[in-house]
Design a protein around this ligand. Sequence first.
Ligand code: SF4
Length: 222
Amino acid sequence: MFNYWSKLGKTRIGGPARPIYYEDFMPGRYIKKGITFTTRGCNFNCPWCLVPRMEGTFRELHHIEPGNIIQDNNILLSSKKHLNKVFDMLRKEKSIRFKGGFDCRLLRDWHIEQLRNLKIKELWLALDYENRFEVFQNACEKLAKAGFTKDQLRCYVLAGYKESIFRAEVRLKFAYKCGTLPFIQPYRNSKSNKDEYSDEEKDFIRNWSRPAIIKSMMKANK
Ligand code: SF4
């Protein structure tokens, strides 16, 4: 693509699909209107995740751009000072979606207190490890107690990383039973594409991607 455009004039490579990051970003440039980032990077090293390699270690962005879709990869690593600035910005927003996903290990009571005063549409968690059931369940219980519903509490569930994709069903069902609406995230390395999945795997992915199907499967499973 670069070769093609460079024949037509001066061409630069960048944007969210490239491993080139600027410390700040311009809302609406390369990404959907409403999306904002207030931090970059992550200090953990989950083996399937590209964030530490592409963005480096965690840091807070100096300037907080307004937006109702917070796409930070691990925002709860932020200092209290930074998060309070983010919450202040969000008080003016509606239909707020924390799409980057909260790390349940880092969720504290004061975060929940702040979150319950915001107009939240979706708050995403993650359940990628089977040995995190307890911390995940605790976070869900606290969020439910604060008034968050299953339709607000969403949960990414990684599937197919060094295991059969169907193994994720244990975590998908657990996430549902804890009061979240799970969403399967099939692991894709740089070579894999949709056509590599069998029909059975494609059905499994489709079923665990659609809230209406998930709800009816879980109802039938009771
Ligand atoms: S999966 Fe989340 S916690 Fe793990 S390295 Fe990636 S951003 Fe960090």
